[in-house]
Ligand binder design. Structure first.
Ligand SMILES: Nc1nc2c(c(=O)[nH]1)N[C@H]1C(S)=C(S)[C@@H](COP(=O)(O)OP(=O)(O)OC[C@H]3O[C@@H](n4cnc5c(=O)[nH]c(N)nc54)[C@H](O)[C@@H]3O)O[C@H]1N2
Ligand SMILES: Nc1nc2c(c(=O)[nH]1)N[C@H]1C(S)=C(S)[C@@H](COP(=O)(O)OP(=O)(O)OC[C@H]3O[C@@H](n4cnc5c(=O)[nH]c(N)nc54)[C@H](O)[C@@H]3O)O[C@H]1N2
Ligand code: SF4
Ligand SMILES: [Mo]
Length: 694
């Protein structure tokens, strides 16, 4: 038996440390690493499925070409044929258009390992290209936190065990961050109270002491309502003037613009509950709020996060051990290279201490054509000079996960070549011409960092690549080699290399310092927790321009946003589509990635309030349709507790043979995201549908 260090590379809060076991070159089992204070020897069912996934008969083992998009007629080709087809197309497009801008890359969260940035590196090596920029996920919250704190930084999640009050707000860790639950239970065992704010009685709400049902998109106003009570009850931190900026202006706004009657009417939370909770929050120390990604997927999502931050600051919870506001952290996450806004100082390519694999200079990147990932298809269709003609989809499944899928269909029609590199077929590969098989994280080297906890570690190969699969890095080298073979000098990305050495080169002096290492090789022994204080902002010196917590942010006002956190209502339903549709993340999938044991559902399940079901004469198991101007889905009815009758929920699942869930979703954008991620986020919870019984 041999044991290997791996890291779960999924887009997940937990970034678990894995010990894999092999015997005679075969992967036998995967377990959580017991020497990791967050993973604690446990993995979720999704990773426990990895052995099946690695050897799954559905896994694509060879490069394939599709004879006719959507035809399903895939034929096996050699790597040389695949690389030649790709490289010849790239060179031909460059020649025809005298530009490399017709080449587009759309990449996001299939694998957040550092070496997967090789795809960006390859495109940079070709020249100025068209790129998807931004994030479909957390943009509004990230920017909001930057206005308030100067960056996004949260306490070590283990700290939460020390809280006496925990508010889980628009987050569902019982499904989406399962390793946090034992920490929350530790706090409960110590006597802490846990309150869950959601739009339905979620799996997390079921494990909390109190569930507060909030009308979708109104949490910002609820936070301001709580803040108003703190003001009225004189529960405001008396030291605010020492470490914050603009609290007088904020208090003035609360005093004059926020009324509890209005707050209660709009949020659906009673005045007595607002008062009770606010008093509890103001008087209990340490008190921790975990604001999740779910509540910021709205056109007002950034303002919501700013209002929640301001509530925490007003009550004096910032910098408290076990307290504060948790969202996500950038301090180790920056090494994943996911910050792509070239103009932003956080961009790793401008961090000279961190020689990124996507080793661009600032100037080079400025010439790329950057399209908001959340409106990629529309924007790519609008590119005319020159048009987008070739698309490479890597670590993404936009034809499942994006909005405005009709525009995607149009874009596909205009493209000469679509390449997908993935493990399995997906909604996106159905539209592709070429499929390149990639290795799993048990078959390649990588370096992974968390966006929630502070661990960074190396992922080492445990087995040889299955079939003819190759790592994303190897594919990038191979394309560069073929391009240079066909036309010397046509790509500056390396043409070959050693994965392990490449990985070690990513560990520049600054990262080594953060990890407390002297030499890059030391990371090979075991994952390392970065040297950050376990409590965020413990000295109450902030990373904002003023060095203070900024209730009043000039940076926000420079971005033409309100300098103070304010309530902006979410979008309203219409007569044509009177019900709000929420599509939060499901326990058994990671976005569109279905796990071997998580059998595909035969139907989408529509969860709704019993009174709404009754109004439509619908009982459990009845079939119905939901639709809007973007699309139509057939669903099966399942009543749900604690949800308002103007909201319905389908948890993010894949249903074999059906249109993707996102056929109902457009491309509303969040209020924030541009500053940090280069583009506003995806306000996907601003989706409205109609319902009828079948
Ligand atoms: N309706 C609805 N839509 C949503 C959301 C929602 O809640 N509801 N959530 C949004 C959010 S938060 C996010 S983050 C996005 C996620 O959207 P995407 O980033 O598109 O994520 P996935 O659906 O996981 O697709 C990733 C693809 O990468 C592949 N992959 C896995 N490992 C590798 C690898 O090593 N290399 C390569 N090249 N590919 C790999 C996977 O097999 C999968 O096909 O979806 C957004 N869309
Ligand atoms: N099992 C599993 N784990 C995952 C993922 C997955 O797909 N499956 N995806 C990963 C990714 S990419 C992400 S971004 C994270 C997301 O994980 P979370 O941060 O937990 O975010 P969501 O699951 O989008 O939404 C969390 C909760 O917010 C609620 N919500 C929606 N709108 C509102 C609102 O207006 N107010 C309030 N108070 N609540 C609201 C939803 O009902 C949901 O219960 O999870 C990661 N982990
Ligand atoms: S999906 Fe998340 S919880 Fe599950 S093993 Fe991977 S990182 Fe851990
Ligand atoms: Mo996400």
């Amino acid at each position: 038996m041999e044991f290997h260090h791996n890291i779960c590379p999924r887009n997940c809060y937990d970034t678990c440390s894995i010990i894999s076991t092999t015997h005679k070159g075969v992967l036998i089992s995967v377990d959580g690493n017991p020497d990791h204070d967050y993973t604690l020897g446990k993995l979720c069912p999704k990773a426990l499925d990895d052995v099946k996934k690695v050897y799954s008969p559905q896994r694509i083992r060879y490069p394939m070409r599709q004879r006719g998009r959507y035809s399903g007629f895939w034929e096996r080709i050699s790597w040389d044929e695949a690389l030649t087809l790709i490289s010849e197309k790239i060179l031909a497009l460059k020649k025809t258009y005298e530009s490399s801008l017709p080449l587009a890359l759309n990449k996001y969260s299939g694998n957040f390992g550092v070496l997967h940035n090789a795809m960006e590196g390859l495109f940079t090596g070709i020249g100025a290209t068209t790129r998807a920029i931004g994030s479909p996920c957390w943009s509004a919250g990230v920017e909001a936190q930057t206005y308030d704190f100067g960056t996004f930084f949260c306490s070590d999640p283990l700290d939460m065990a020390k809280a006496n009050l925990i508010w889980l707000w628009g987050v569902n860790p019982a499904w989406t961050a399962v390793h946090q639950m034992p920490i929350i239970f530790d706090a409960i065992d110590r006597g802490a109270k846990v309150v869950c704010f959601d739009t339905h009685f979620s799996a997390t709400a079921a494990r909390a002491h109190q569930y507060v049902q909030v009308r979708p998109g109104t949490d910002g106003l609820l936070a301001l309502g709580f803040a108003k009570v703190l003001l009225e009850e004189n529960l405001i931190d008396p030291n605010l003037s020492c470490y914050t900026l603009g609290h007088e202006e904020f208090l003035y706004y609360l005093e004059n613009e926020i009324s509890l009657d209005n707050c209660s009417e709009i949020t659906g939370v009673s005045i007595s509950t607002i008062r009770e909770l606010a008093l509890e929050y103001g008087k209990t120390h340490p008190a921790c709020i975990w604001a999740g990604f779910g509540l910021q997927r709205y056109t007002n999502g950034g303002q919501t996060l700013r209002a929640i931050d301001a509530l925490g600051a007003l009550a004096g919870h910032l910098g408290e051990q076990g307290g504060g506001i948790q969202y996500a952290q950038f301090q180790t996450w920056r090494f994943s290279g996911a910050i792509q806004n070239p103009a932003h100082p956080f961009n790793i390519s401008s961090d000279t201490d961190h020689p990124s694999i996507d080793s661009l200079t600032q100037n080079q990147k400025q010439t790329d054509r950057l399209l908001n990932i959340n409106r990629f298809s529309e924007k790519a269709l609008n590119c005319t000079d020159p048009p987008v003609k070739m698309l490479w989809i890597s670590g993404r499944n936009p034809l499942s996960q994006d909005g405005n899928l009709q525009q995607w269909k149009k874009l596909i029609n205009q493209l000469d070549l679509i390449v997908v590199n993935d493990l399995f077929h997906s909604k996106s590969s159905e539209a592709a011409d070429l499929f390149l098989p990639i290795t799993t994280h048990y078959e390649h080297w990588d370096l992974n960092a968390g966006y929630w906890h502070y661990w960074v570690g190396v992922n080492e190969p445990a087995i040889l690549p299955i079939g003819e699969s190759r790592s994303d890095l190897q594919i990038a080298w191979d394309v560069s080699a073929k391009l240079n073979e066909l036309e010397p000098g046509s790509c500056t990305f390396p043409t070959s290399g050693d994965e392990k050495e490449t990985l070690l080169r990513e560990l520049g002096p600054q990262m080594l310092d953060i990890l407390g290492l002297k030499k890059p090789e030391e990371i090979l022994n075991a994952p390392v927790r970065a040297n950050f204080p376990s409590t965020a902002w413990e000295n109450r010196i902030f990373a904002t321009p003023s060095g203070r917590y900024e209730f009043f942010s000039s940076q926000a006002s420079n971005a033409r946003l309100s300098p103070l956190p304010i309530f902006v209502p979410p979008l309203n339903p219409s007569i044509d589509a009177p019900l709000r549709l929420l599509t939060p993340h499901h326990y058994s999938t990671i976005n569109s990635q279905v796990y071997a044991s998580g059998a595909d559902n035969p139907d989408y399940v529509l969860h709704l309030a019993p009174e709404l079901a009754q109004r439509h004469n619908l009982a459990v198991g009845d079939r119905a349709q939901i639709w809007n101007k973007s699309g139509l889905l057939e669903v099966v009815i399942q009543p749900l507790l604690g949800i308002s009758p103007d909201t319905v929920i389908i948890f993010q699942e894949q249903v074999e043979g059906s249109s993707p869930l996102n056929c109902l979703i457009g491309t509303p954008l969040t209020d924030m995201g541009q500053l940090i991620l280069g583009a506003p986020g995806f306000a996907l919870n601003e989706t409205f549908v109609n319902l009828r019984k079948l």
